[in-house]
Design a protein around this ligand. Structure first.
Ligand SMILES: Cc1cc2nc3c(=O)[nH]c(=O)nc-3n(C[C@H](O)[C@H](O)[C@H](O)COP(=O)(O)OP(=O)(O)OC[C@H]3O[C@@H](n4cnc5c(N)ncnc54)[C@H](O)[C@@H]3O)c2cc1C
Length: 484
């Protein structure tokens, strides 16, 4: 566990906070002498100097820039409880941050407190069937610790350098599993610090209302601090088949055939411009194994493309689950990630409209809509496997599809014209999808009003509102998405 002294040593010249002046509503550092409310003693650290705050006024979108007044790097769960109580009675808003990889200010707060969960990343235990971890740990940390022990989480996001608490707060949609629901469906137990500062244990059988209010709950009712989740025996290897289509109908026919057969672990689409004004739709079909890879002539039988058309990638399990991390690390190394605007569009589509929605949308997109480092994704998911009330999906179809336009600006830095164009595009596409029964996936960049949120949650809204009143009566948690 990180100690206060350890933090001080690591922080160098960062200013340390001792109190809060309720009149000027400013945090007070060592250097300033005035009567103020003392912050509670902390195991970790609270900082306010501009250099320490600056990274928290940005996220993976580089569009929204809200600067907090202070950042808590907790040294213990108790620190979170103490600071939430402190903030509640002073009406200070609190945003929780995992890795800040949402793209539209979801993890930010203007003038309040950010809790940076990265310091609470202890992995308490791992067995073949469960893991018990602090929520600030990344999936990558968990995978790398668990793999040598022969275990892994079954459902992983494409990029895994994301915090466990962060993806459980948005839902967590795995490209490597079409049939098991979201990452939230693999959670057995949670420890949560509520907006009252209480530490609560919850599960499907105990404090169920809180459990269901924080899974895919965008940090509105509590801070997830510890998670017990399902694990499975880790396979050693993966064989990935890539099949490229220029024709929308042929692509969807083969995608549906593969989903119906259910012989792959995960099947999804990666899309990119074809260089001739159209789009390549690439089936990525993943099969895990322990030394006997699947025969392409069997597993790719009777598709529109022959098995010989497939590119085959044989990888170790770790190579496969870390493949996107390698790409993002490369973009970072060439200066095309940090500070680059990412106005992402992310929407869930009902199965019966997905083929036409994708065809119509692609017909209207240009290569600038993805940019030099962007791409399209389509993740099919079996709808019945999603069981958490706040993970909102279309209510029809055996399969629903998460469709993403992962736009990247051509270079780092602000570009107000590009930003306005992309936000307008996202809103137009969202409204088209919504009118067909679609739902937003709340990781992207979308202007969304309170009324939009009420409509988004539909039948779940009243229970969510009741939970908010009960667990965060001061309405201090999670200002970023603008829900309450
Ligand atoms: C390259 C890339 C690939 C991705 N691939 C996928 C994918 O395959 N599937 C998928 O589903 N998503 C994917 N995502 C999106 C990702 O799941 C979300 O952006 C997720 O929120 C990121 O986790 P984070 O730790 O950065 O969360 P943050 O952005 O820090 O936080 C997200 C939200 O959760 C809240 N929050 C964070 N931690 C906690 C906590 N402990 N308790 C309560 N609330 C909390 C925040 O306040 C915020 O509202 C991808 C993102 C990137 C950048």
């Amino acid at each position: 566990m990180v100690t206060r002294r350890g933090f001080l040593a690591g922080l160098g010249s960062a200013a340390v906070v001792f109190g809060f002046d309720p009149v000027s509503r400013r945090w007070i550092t060592e250097a300033q002498a005035a009567p103020f409310d003392h912050v509670p003693p902390l195991d970790g650290e609270l900082v306010t100097d501009p250099a320490s705050l600056a990274p928290y006024a940005n996220d993976a979108g580089s569009i929204v820039h809200n600067t907090p007044n202070a950042v808590l790097r907790p040294g213990s769960v108790r620190d979170i409880q103490r600071m939430i109580r402190f903030c509640r009675f002073r009406h200070i808003k609190v945003a929780v941050r995992g890795q800040g990889h949402t793209t539209f200010g979801q993890s930010q707060v203007q003038g309040g407190l950010v809790i940076d969960m990265a310091t609470l990343n202890t992995i308490h235990s791992i067995t073949n069937s469960t893991a018990d971890v602090e929520a600030g740990a990344t999936w990558k940390e968990l995978v790398q610790t668990a793999f040598p022990l022969g275990a892994t989480p079954r459902a992983l996001t494409g990029y895994i350098n994301l915090s466990i608490g962060g993806t459980l707060s948005v839902g967590g949609t795995p490209p490597n599993d079409n049939r098991g629901g979201g990452q939230v469906d693999r959670v057995r137990e949670l420890w949560v610090v509520t907006g009252r500062g209480h530490l609560k244990h919850c599960s499907k059988h105990h404090n169920r209302k809180l459990f269901e209010a924080v899974l895919a709950g965008l940090g509105q009712c509590g801070v997830i601090v510890r998670v017990v989740m399902d694990m499975v025996p880790a396979p050693t290897s993966a064989r990935v088949f890539l099949l490229n289509y220029l024709d929308n109908a042929l692509f969807f026919a083969d995608l549906r055939t593969l989903l119906d057969r259910g012989e792959f672990d995960g099947v999804y689409m990666l899309g990119a411009p074809d260089g001739m004004g159209g789009w390549v739709r690439q089936i990525n079909a993943i099969k895990y194994h322990n030394g006997t890879p699947p025969d392409p002539n069997v597993i790719l039988r009777d598709l529109n493309l022959p098995p010989e058309a497939a590119t085959i990638q044989d990888q170790s399990y770790l190579e496969q689950v870390l493949a996107v991390d390698v790409v993002i690390d490369f973009f970072k190394s060439i200066g095309l990630w940090d500070g680059v605007m990412h106005p992402w569009f992310d929407v869930w589509l009902p199965g019966d409209v997905t083929e036409s929605f994708v065809a119509d949308t692609l017909a209207g997109l240009t290569p600038e809509d993805v940019g030099p480092t962007g791409f399209l994704l389509l993740f099919p998911q079996k709808r019945s496997a999603f069981t958490r009330p706040l993970f909102k999906l279309p209510n029809q179809g055996e399969y629903v599809y998460l469709f993403d336009i992962l736009t990247a600006a051509p270079a780092p830095g602000p570009d107000p014209v590009f930003e306005a164009q992309m936000l307008a595009r996202n809103r137009t596409l969202f409204e088209q999808a919504r009118d067909l029964g679609g739902k937003r996936y709340p990781i992207g960049s979308l202007d969304f009003s309170h009324e939009d949120w009420v409509e988004h949650y539909g039948g779940a809204w009243r229970a969510f509102k009741r939970a908010k009143r009960r667990y965060d009566p001061g309405n201090i948690l999670g200002p970023g998405p603008g829900i309450f």
